[in-house]
Design a protein around this ligand. Structure first.
Ligand SMILES: C[S@@+](CC[C@H](N)C(=O)[O-])C[C@H]1O[C@@H](n2cnc3c(N)ncnc32)[C@H](O)[C@@H]1O
Length: 292
């Protein structure tokens, strides 16, 4: 027994064998966050706490190794069996609070489902960097998985559709939506390193219905898209130009536009788009619009 609460927390985590069960990802993600804090406290205490710091680091390495094994197993399953739809939905839903009775409609946080997707896709192997600069380009940030679960729940996506991620980053959102629905998906990205990574990723999973195009969204061919997704990829003049192109695309046939982040507040002012849910748009909600 110890009266030091931080040491007590470390001992409790060390004793919790359930954290080593591969599928206890939610608990492990929480434990790893707690361990990061514990480790910092021991570091701040200096030499006297060095041995506890080393124990915290060793436990972190053990838990990360279990994560790596679990992600590897899921990766193998996705590659081998080409899994789509319900099984993927069940797996991601298990590690997200999205849709639970006391859950909020707002998507504020990353969850264990995000750690799972990042791990399966091995996104930390990305070693490139953005090279195209423009004041209206927004830097890379991933959509929380719970936003994508919300999207596939509320937007029908079938074989005849094409989900088009405008500003696709490393390809994560397009790949996850394809896994969740089986519908074709494409991503348009301006940064060559991001685009190259996303193409390799889709190929490594044998996803021939997921395509990535290296282009400025102002100039890319948007004709195949039926459902367009924007997680605040750009602002200002670029956004204006892309919205005008989407409006022109909508004249060829109805489209759905989904937005997440600050971009929703601008899209709300487009007279040719109607909000499916009505009401005031929120930065942290998934907003869905249909062309009039
Ligand atoms: C906030 S991230 C979104 C990433 C991804 N769509 C997701 O939701 O996980 C924005 C992405 O848009 C890209 N981007 C910015 N301006 C662009 C443009 N004009 N054309 C294509 N992509 C652009 C950025 O390089 C970045 O990868």
């Amino acid at each position: 027994m110890t009266s030091d609460p931080v040491i007590a927390d470390l001992l409790a985590l060390e004793a919790d064998a359930s954290l080593l069960e591969e599928e206890a990802l939610g608990e492990r993600v929480e434990a790893l966050e707690q361990l990061a804090f514990i480790y910092q406290v021991f570091q701040a205490r200096g030499k006297a706490a060095q041995a506890y710091g080393a124990r915290a680091a060793a436990l972190r390495a053990r838990l990360e190794a279990v994560n790596a094994r679990y992600f590897g197993r899921v990766r193998h399953w996705m590659r081998q069996d080409q899994v789509f739809g319900e099984p993927v939905r069940a797996l991601l839903g298990r590690y997200s609070r999205y849709g639970q009775p006391d859950d909020s409609a707002l998507h504020m946080d990353y969850e264990p489902a995000d750690a799972l997707v990042d791990g399966v896709l091995e996104l930390d192997a990305f070693a490139g960097s953005p090279s195209v600069e423009h004041p209206d380009i927004v830097h890379l940030e991933d959509t929380p998985v719970r936003v994508l679960l919300d999207l596939v729940d509320h937007v029908p996506l079938e074989q005849g559709d094409c989900f088009c991620d405008l500003g696709a980053g490393l390809g994560r959102a397009a790949i996850v939506v394809h896994w969740l629905t089986g519908a074709p998906a494409c991503g348009i990205e301006i940064q060559p390193d991001y685009h190259a990574f996303s193409r390799r990723l889709a190929a490594s999973f044998g996803l021939d219905q997921v395509t990535f195009v290296l282009a400025d969204a102002r100039e890319a061919d948007l004709s195949a898209g039926t459902v367009f997704y924007l997680f605040t990829p750009f602002k200002g003049r670029i956004l204006r130009a892309v919205l005008d192109r989407l409006r022109a695309r909508a004249q060829q046939g109805p489209i759905t536009v989904c937005t997440y982040g600050a971009v929703s507040l601008i899209v709300a002012q487009e007279p040719w788009l109607q909000a499916v849910a009505g009401g005031k748009p929120h930065e942290f909600a998934l907003e869905i619009w249909r062309s009039a």
